[in-house]
Every structure is written in structure tokens, then in C-alpha cells.
Design a protein. Structure first.
Length: 263
């Protein structure tokens, strides 16, 4: 049975590695609330991947002084619910070459890290994809490639997130897509199909971006479904089924994997 049939026959996927909590200051649910909902819907694995702390945009991410609390709380509930579900601790992190040692230290504290670039160029700026007028797609691609080379990341979260702000599928957008695909293949890092973005999708350029995923479908890239849960509802049957229908529509069935291997 291939992974796509595994998902369909179980109505929704069983291993989610992209989950947020109130620790990031913009998600709705506590650690335990996420776990209880995951158990309710039959998940086998729930990985928490809170936005890793930086010195900027603190209302968007875990604060530096909250790292131990975050890890220790998840460890507590991991033990409490060990008979019901496998709980993992991770980070979703930007990547900046100058901060390699910092990210390397973070990686030692958790089970895994996923790449989620929300700003480009300067690690001390906030989510600049939302405020800069001219997106530097080359810089975004450079950071993504550096992250893959670092060996710290097990998956690329919402790789098409940047197109939400670029608004045009032109030669530059396609060149970036080719780079992301090449990195995924060369470093064996899955590209994540994002359910949370799907819930807010209004135009073709909002992620998940059909142009991008139709390109991926013509490759051997691994694709991992991710809830990116900022609300427990994202892990429920309706949004996951909607995501699966698009995966089938965009011919991504053969790319789909069920579980993540950690680097």
C-alpha cells in the first residue's frame, strides 16, 4: 500500500510534525490541548515545532527565556500520554549563515528542526517578507540552500510561502522553484504541503501554490503533509481531506511520504 492510499484509507494523516502552541504568542492552543485533539483523531505521532527564538519579533515566536519551559512541558506530557501517542519536540526555524552556531546549539536540545524562513537577509529584522516592497527571491533561495547544506533541518516547511507575497509566476519565481526542487533532491529533504495555508487560500499565488506543486509533481521530490497547526481544528478531518483532494488534483500522490526521517 503506498503512502497516499495509507492517508486516504485512514481519512487523514497520522504523523504531524508541524504543531504550534501558545508559546509562539499567536497560536491558540496549549501543548496538552493539541495532544488531546491529536489522540481524538487517531494520530500516531505529534511533533511540536515552535518558532525558534530570535532577538526580534517576539510576539511571533518563542522567547529566549522560554526555551526550557517549552521543552520541559512537552517532556512532561510526552511521559503522561506515552501509551496513547508518540510526542516529539522540535523547532521551526529561519536560517541565516551568520547564526549557524546558534542553530546548531538549538538542534541539540530537540528531536528535530524544520526550516521555515519568514524573513530574508538580516536575522535581526522581523518578518520582512510582509513589509519589504521588492522581494529578493535570490536571497530567499540562497538562505534555503544554505539551510539544506547545514544538515540541521529534516524538512522544508511551506516552501511556497514566499509566493504569497510575490504575486507573480514569472521567470524569477520559476527559477526559485527550480532551486528549491534541486535542494530537496540533492539533500533528501522533503517539501511540506501546508494545510494551514490552504485554510486561508484565496488566490493562485497563496500557498499551497498550484504552479509550484505542479512542478514538484514532475520530480522525485518527497512531499510531506503538514498541519502547521495554530489551531487544533487544522488537524481535523475536513481540512486534511481538502488537502488530500488537492494533492490528488495536482498529481502529487507518488511523491507523498507518511513519516519524517530526522537529520
Amino acid at each position: 500500500m503506498n503512502d497516499y492510499n495509507y492517508y486516504v484509507n485512514n481519512l487523514f494523516f497520522k504523523h504531524n510534525y508541524h504543531t504550534h502552541t501558545i508559546y509562539c504568542h499567536h497560536a491558540k492552543n496549549t501543548v496538552e490541548e493539541n495532544i488531546k485533539v491529536a489522540i481524538k483523531f487517531g494520530y500516531k505521532t505529534l511533533g511540536f515545532s515552535e518558532h525558534a527564538p530570535l532577538n526580534v519579533h517576539r510576539n511571533f515566536r518563542l522567547n529566549l527565556n522560554e526555551i526550557d519551559d517549552y521543552i520541559n512541558e512537552i517532556k512532561f506530557y510526552k511521559a503522561k500520554y506515552k501509551k496513547n501517542i508518540n510526542i516529539l519536540i522540535g523547532f521551526e526555524a529561519e536560517y541565516h549563515r551568520s547564526q549557524y552556531q546558534y542553530y546548531k546549539k538549538l538542534r541539540t536540545k530537540v528531536d528535530y528542526m524544520i526550516l521555515g524562513n519568514h524573513n530574508i537577509g538580516n536575522p535581526h529584522k522581523s518578518r520582512d517578507l510582509k513589509v519589504i516592497k521588492l522581494l529578493n527571491l535570490d536571497k530567499y533561495g540562497e538562505q534555503l540552500e544554505d539551510a539544506c547544506k547545514s544538515g540541521l533541518f529534516s524538512a522544508i516547511a511551506h516552501p511556497d510561502y514566499i509566493y504569497n507575497f510575490y504575486h507573480s509566476w514569472d521567470e524569477d519565481a520559476i527559477r526559485l522553484a527550480d532551486l528549491m526542487i534541486d535542494c530537496s533532491l540533492e539533500y533528501d529533504i522533503p517539501l511540506c504541503f501546508n494545510i494551514n495555508g490552504l485554510m486561508n487560500k484565496k488566490t493562485k499565488m497563496q500557498y499551497p501554490t498550484d504552479y509550484f506543486w505542479e512542478m514538484v509533481a514532475n520530480t522525485k521530490c518527497k512531499v510531506l503533509l503538514e498541519a502547521d497547526a495554530h489551531d487544533v481544528w487544522t488537524m481535523s478531518e475536513r481540512p486534511v481531506t481538502k488537502a488530500l483532494s488537492l494533492i490528488k488534483k495536482w498529481n502529487l500522490q507518488k511523491n507523498l511520504i507518511a513519516k519524517l526521517k530526522f537529520k
